[in-house]
Design a protein around this ligand. Structure first.
Ligand code: SAM
Ligand code: SF4
Length: 330
């Protein structure tokens, strides 16, 4: 059994994203349809199975695990998973992506459980827009959640904003100013064609990262950051501040050459690429071999042979990937 996962393009896999629930208290228009059917609970990996999976990946050289969803913090007893993973030797970074709606009460316990960094989704600072984009009215709660996370003292906090033309593209400067004022980072994300959403035409709503950067540069000076994160974001430092601005550009910049990650969906499917369907059913293997890590590790190792070289996103009439982002784990 190798101690490091390496795929056939010689990319080391050191990062796993676990989607712990497909449910969410929001219904963001780029992520979900307004009428969603969620998975029956028996299909979800249990918290124990998720921790077991974490052990297998860490023994195979994974050093970073991101917990995501759906909204991970609304899963019952989710703190137990953070506490369990936080104790595993070999895990250097336990990180989280959240919509912040639960952070007022959970920021401190998450920090104590060993979470190092948090990514928080926030696309707009305007209540009416927030209502339209998330189909909830929880902007105030989210803003209080962000403050609670800052108060708890995480090593790094980053806002993630999906930018849609004619929805929130005119707010990118205000969002950078918000991040600068709070002393945190921000990344802007191009919308990806995952799942059939119906609410808007994704091609029409496309707003390129290069355009966002130009918009921001009318008010701030950006200097390319020398730090590399081996992630899809390209970072710039906002001169004279502590803030970094990142751009995640799946359409305009292909970041697959340096891909170091795999994802596990809510129901235990390991996805080898966000934009392709290659997968392995790890839940079946876990449940068929209780208490035995070896078949699970072997299945993960074998899957490295078919990790695709790259994603291919385009604006076909029908989305090629029918999975919604909440199942996949963004
Ligand atoms: N609920 C949490 C949150 O919103 O942060 C975690 C899960 S969410 C699926 C993770 C990230 O995926 C969020 O930053 C969200 O903005 C992003 N996302 C969702 N659907 C997307 C899409 N179609 N294209 C690009 N980003 C998307
Ligand atoms: Fe929920 Fe996050 Fe998807 Fe928004 S992006 S609907 S908060 S899972």
């Amino acid at each position: 059994m190798p101690s490091q996962l390496i795929d056939k393009f010689n990319r080391k896999i050191t990062y796993v994203r676990l989607s712990v629930t497909d449910r969410c208290d929001f219904r963001c228009v780029y992520c979900m349809g307004d009428k969603m059917t969620f998975l029956p609970r028996v299909q979800l990996l249990t918290l124990e199975e998720l921790e077991w999976l974490g052990c297998a990946f860490i023994e195979l050289g994974v050093t970073k695990i991101r917990i995501t969803g759906g909204e991970p913090l609304i899963r019952t007893n989710i703190l137990r998973l953070f506490q369990g993973l936080g104790k595993l030797k070999g895990l250097k970074e336990l990180v989280l992506t959240t919509n912040a709606s639960q952070l007022v009460k959970m920021a401190q316990p998450l920090k104590e459980a060993g979470v190092k960094r948090i990514n928080i989704s926030l696309d707009t600072l305007k209540a009416a827009r927030f209502q339209k984009m998330t189909r909830t009215d929880k902007l105030e709660k989210v803003l209080r959640g962000i403050d609670a996370a800052i108060q708890a003292g995480f090593k790094r906090i980053k806002i993630n904003a999906v930018v849609l033309k004619n929805r929130n593209h005119d707010e990118v400067i205000d969002l950078v100013r918000f991040a600068v004022d709070k002393g945190i980072d921000i990344s802007f994300i191009e919308e990806m064609p995952l799942g059939e959403i119906g609410e808007h035409d994704r091609a029409e709503a496309f707003y390129a990262s290069t355009q966002i950067r130009q918009d921001i540069e009318t008010s701030f000076t950006l200097l390319p950051s020398l730090e590399t994160t081996a992630g899809p974001s390209r970072y710039y430092k906002v001169i004279g501040t502590e803030t970094r601005v990142g751009f995640i550009s799946p359409h305009s910049h292909n970041f697959c050459d340096s891909c170091n990650r795999v994802r596990v969906t809510t129901d235990g499917l390991m996805l080898l690429c966000l934009g392709q369907e290659h997968s392995v059913d790890l839940r079946r293997i876990i449940r068929a071999n209780p208490g035995n890590l070896i078949p699970l590790k072997q299945a993960i190792v074998n899957a490295m042979a078919f990790k695709p070289k790259s994603h291919e996103f385009d604006f076909d009439e029908q989305p090629k990937i029918l999975r919604y982002m909440n199942v996949t784990g963004g």
